[in-house]
Design a binder for this molecule. Structure first.
Ligand code: SAJ
Length: 416
C-alpha cells in the first residue's frame, strides 16, 4: 500500500516521515522542486527538532521519496497552506490545486484526507472539486457506498515538539460518512499512539478552529490584563501567579502579541463564517493584534523618561530589543510580534536600534540597515533602554545584577 502526502511543509513532511518510519511506502509531493530535491537527498528544508534523522532514515531505507507530480496511491493526505485573504476570508486555492492535481490518479477504494486547517464545509467543497474532475467515480456526497473515502483530520502538533506530539496526541477523525472515518482511523493507527476519536467532517473542521481560538482568547485575556495592570501600577505576572492559585483559574501569559502561523489566523476563519455571532473571538484577535502597538507606546514613554533623566539627545540613546522569534527558544521569525515591535522601533527611533537574538546569525532583510545584531552582553553593558520581547532561556538566565538599566519595557516578565 502506498501513502501519498501532498504538501511537504511543517505538517506534511513529519507526517510522511512517521508513516515511512513504520516501513510504509510513502510518496511526498510538493510544488517546490528544491524541497523535493533536498528531501530526496535525505535532508530537510525546514527546522524542527528530530525531524532530520527520521527523514534521513526513511529516505536511505527507501520508504520515503519526494516528487513534484502526484502518482497513484491508496491514501492521499493533503497538508497544504490555508492562509487568509486581505479581508480575513479563508483562501482555499492551495487545497483546490492539490485536489485537482490528485484527481487524475484517483482510483476506486482510495482514501483522501484533508489535514490543512480549514473553514467549516471545506472538506465537502474539496470532495466536490474531486467529483467534478472525476465524474466516473462515486464520492461520499453522492450517497451509497462511495468509490473514494474522504475525511477531515486536522493536525494539532506544536512546532518544536512535532515529532513527539504527532505520535502521542489524540486525533480527531472527521469522515464524510462513518465508513470514511473508519478508513481514516485505520490509516492513522499505523503510527498513532494517541486515540482516534471519530466524528463528522464539519465538527472536525470547527474543532481545529476552536482549539486555536480557545488559546487566542485566553492569551487575549492575559494581554488585556497586562494593559490594565500597567495603568494601575500593578505587576501583571505577580497578579496572574496569585490568581492562578485559585483551583479553577488558569490564566496564560501576556507577551508582545500573538504570532505563529495558526493562532493568529484560525480564529478569523470562525469570524469570517459567523460575523455577527463570533464577537468574543473577533475581539480577542483585535486585542492580540493591537498589543505590538501598545508595546511601541511603552517604549516611547520609556525613551521620553530616559531623555529627561539622562539629559541625552534621542540620537544618542541606544534601544536594545531582546528576541525576535515568535516564541521562546526557536529561530522562527515569521509572523512574529517581537519582529513587528523591533521593526517599528527601528523605523521610529532616531538613535541606534540594537537587537539581541541568539538563534540567528544575521538580521532579516526587514531590519537590515535599520538595526544592528549585537550580543546579549554588549546590549546589557551599553544600551540605554531595554525591550524584552521573547523569553528565551538565554535571557531568563541573566542575573538581575547584570541588568542595571533604569528604562526597561519587559513584555514577558523576565526582568520584573
Ligand atoms: N503565547 C503567549 N502567551 C502564552 C502562550 C502563547 O503570548 O501564554 C504566544 C506565543 O508567544 C506565540 C503564540 O502565542 O507568539 C502562539 O504560540 P503557541 O505556543 O501557543 O502555539 P503555536 O502557534 O506554536 O501552535 C499552536 C498549537 N495550538 C494550541 O496549543 C491550541 C498547536 O497545538 C497547533 O497544532 C498549532 O497552533 C497549529 O498548527 O494549529
Amino acid at each position: 500500500d502506498t501513502i501519498s502526502v501532498i504538501g511537504l511543509g511543517y505538517i506534511g513532511l513529519p507526517t510522511a516521515a512517521v508513516f515511512a518510519s513504520q516501513k510504509k511506502n510513502v510518496v511526498g509531493v510538493d510544488i517546490n522542486a528544491r524541497a523535493v530535491e533536498t528531501i530526496n537527498r535525505g535532508a530537510i528544508h525546514i527546522v524542527e527538532p528530530a525531524l532530520d534523522k527520521v527523514v534521513h532514515e526513511a529516505v536511505t531505507q527507501g520508504y520515503l521519496r519526494a516528487t513534484t507530480q502526484p502518482e497513484a496511491a491508496d491514501a492521499f493526505l493533503i497538508a497544504v497552506p490555508t492562509p487568509f485573504m486581505a479581508d480575513h476570508q479563508p483562501d482555499l486555492r492551495f487545497v483546490k490545486a492539490a485536489a485537482e492535481s490528485i484527481a487524475p490518479v484517483l482510483k476506486k477504494g482510495d482514501l483522501v484526507i484533508l489535514e490543512s486547517t480549514s473553514p467549516v464545509g471545506a472538506t465537502e467543497q474539496m470532495a466536490e472539486w474531486l467529483a467534478v474532475t472525476r465524474p466516473d467515480l462515486r464520492f461520499p456526497q453522492h450517497g451509497g457506498t462511495p468509490d473514494i473515502f474522504i475525511a477531515y483530520c486536522p493536525e494539532r502538533v506544536l512546532p518544536g515538539k512535532i515529532m513527539q506530539e504527532l505520535i502521542h496526541n489524540d486525533r480527531v477523525i472527521g469522515g464524510m460518512t462513518p465508513a470514511c472515518s473508519a478508513q481514516a482511523s485505520a490509516l492513522y493507527r499505523l503510527f498513532l499512539q494517541g486515540e482516534c476519536v471519530e466524528t463528522n467532517a464539519r465538527t472536525a473542521e470547527l474543532c481545529k478552529l476552536t482549539e486555536n481560538s480557545f488559546r487566542d482568547v485566553n492569551i487575549a485575556f492575559a494581554n488585556e490584563l497586562s494593559l490594565i495592570c500597567a495603568d494601575q501600577g500593578i505587576n501583571v505576572w505577580e497578579l496572574i501567579a496569585l490568581a492562578n492559585r485559585h483551583p479553577r483559574v488558569n490564566i496564560l501569559q501576556p507577551g508582545p502579541g500573538v504570532g505563529g502561523h495558526c493562532i493568529a489566523v484560525d480564529p478569523w476563519f470562525i469570524v469570517a463564517q459567523n460575523p455577527s455571532l463570533a464577537r468574543l473571538i473577533r475581539t480577542a484577535r483585535e486585542v492580540n493584534d493591537s498589543k505590538p502597538h501598545w508595546v511601541l507606546n511603552q517604549v516611547k514613554t520609556a525613551l521620553a523618561d530616559c531623555l529627561t533623566q539622562s539629559g541625552k539627545r534621542a540620537d544618542e540613546v541606544v534601544i536594545a530589543c531582546f528576541g525576535l522569534a515568535f516564541k521562546p527558544n526557536i529561530d522562527d521569525l515569521r509572523e512574529s510580534p517581537a519582529m513587528q515591535v523591533a521593526q517599528m522601533i527601528a523605523e521610529w527611533h532616531r538613535g541606534q536600534s540594537w537587537v539581541v537574538e541568539p538563534h540567528i546569525d544575521a538580521l532579516p532583510a526587514a531590519l537590515g540597515g535599520k538595526a544592528t545584531l549585537v550580543s546579549r552582553e554588549q546590549a546589557l553593558a551599553q544600551a540605554d533602554v531595554l525591550v524584552m520581547l521573547v523569553d528565551h532561556d538565554q535571557f531568563r538566565a541573566v542575573e538581575a545584577s547584570q541588568v542595571t538599566q533604569r528604562w526597561i519595557v519587559d513584555t514577558r516578565g523576565v526582568w520584573r
